[in-house]
Ligand binder design. Structure first.
Ligand code: FMN
Length: 160
């Protein structure tokens, strides 16, 4: 028995999609992109995964309007995040939130996001601390931190 009836996600460059796929594989739960989740009944209990965009979980507001989001996974490139702040900033109250480190695929970032990240790279290039330098290197060369290991807490929560 699971707390949710489906996994719903939003992904721009593929990292969140991979985590969502791994979770579906391991749980047997049906998997939907948010844009294609019409088959799901409104108010259905779901686990939602979205990628982090300037501190907000992409697609979460829309998911919250349509479904009962029982738990949320935020996928970003930061090594770790302040989960309480993330919960507050995304209007999640005390609801379960999991952070998963995804990656960065510079070639797949498009449009306005590309412009935003060019500004971020300029900003980071002026900094010398190791965290900024590591983030800059990932943005320039790309990085992939997706690992099934990170899903332990999510799977434990889903199964309990
Ligand atoms: C415009 C933009 C803003 C981002 N903001 C954040 C952020 O606030 N925190 C973070 O950890 N990662 C941030 N990222 C990195 C993405 O969340 C990361 O690349 C994620 O793995 C993308 O998931 P996806 O491949 O499913 O789209 C940002 C990326 C872009 C392009």
């Amino acid at each position: 028995m699971s707390r949710v009836s489906a996994i719903v996600y939003t992904s721009a460059t593929g990292f969140t999609a991979r985590y969502a796929g791994l979770l579906a594989e391991q749980t047997g739960l049906p998997l939907f992109r948010l844009e294609e989740a019409d088959a799901l009944a409104p108010g259905a209990p779901v686990l939602y995964l979205g990628w982090l965009h300037a501190g907000s979980v992409r697609g979460l507001k829309r998911a919250l309007r349509r479904f009962r989001v029982e738990g949320t996974c935020a996928v970003g490139m930061a090594p770790e995040v302040d989960a309480d702040k993330l919960r507050r900033d995304n209007g999640l109250g005390q609801a379960p939130l999991f952070y998963l480190r995804g990656g960065y695929a510079p070639d797949r970032v498009r449009g306005l996001d590309r412009v935003l990240m060019a500004g971020m790279k300029r900003h980071l290039a002026g900094k010398s601390d190791p965290q900024s330098q590591a983030a800059l290197a990932a943005m320039r060369q790309g990085a992939d931190w997706v690992s099934a290991d990170q899903l332990g807490p999510v799977l434990a929560w889903l199964g309990s």
